[in-house]
Design a binder for this molecule. Structure first.
Ligand code: ZN
Length: 154
């Protein structure tokens, strides 16, 4: 005989809702997170092949070189792809639906980020639309998000 599934416990009265996950900087990402707190999107440029990369890491994914320098990216990009999330992870129950985008940065790399200041419906989300970064607080960090670029043609 199969055991009955355990009932989902009801939330305890007065218990705080789950907190949103917050990034924890590592030695490899500390400069990146210091940048977001300064209102800058910082990328690494390889000293071997010259290509920009994201996410931050010690070695180039293209040529393997460990030589690199940080630089301030333009913060501009284009909407490469997206999903509209209706299934919130813990802490995001009040945020759904929201847009998770793959943004192709002007410098070349693609990064995942939430899209804000736009309706979370396909009719409002044109692929290749111009985007710009902004930063929103989460815990001790500032997280990059993107919005439609101001003054860009629709
Ligand atoms: Zn390289």
């Amino acid at each position: 005989m199969a055991a009955a599934a355990a009932p989902v416990p009801a939330p305890e009265p007065g218990r705080a809702p789950p907190a949103k996950a917050t990034p924890v900087p590592t030695p490899a990402t500390l400069t990146y997170w210091e940048g977001t707190r300064a209102g800058e999107l910082r990328l690494q440029r390889c000293g071997g092949c010259g290509r920009a990369r994201f996410y931050p890491r010690p070695a180039c994914p293209h040529c393997g070189s460990v030589e690199f320098a940080w630089f301030k990216a333009s913060g501009r990009g284009r909407l490469h792809s997206y999903i509209i999330n209706h299934l919130p992870p813990p802490g995001f129950e009040a945020d759904v639906p929201y847009v998770v985008a793959a943004v192709e940065l002007e410098e070349g790399p693609r990064m995942m980020a939430n899209l804000v200041d736009v309706a979370p419906v396909p009719e409002a989300l044109a692929l290749d639309m111009a985007l710009e970064v902004r930063f929103v607080p989460r815990g001790q960090q500032m997280l990059p998000v993107f919005r439609p670029a101001r003054g860009a043609a629709a």
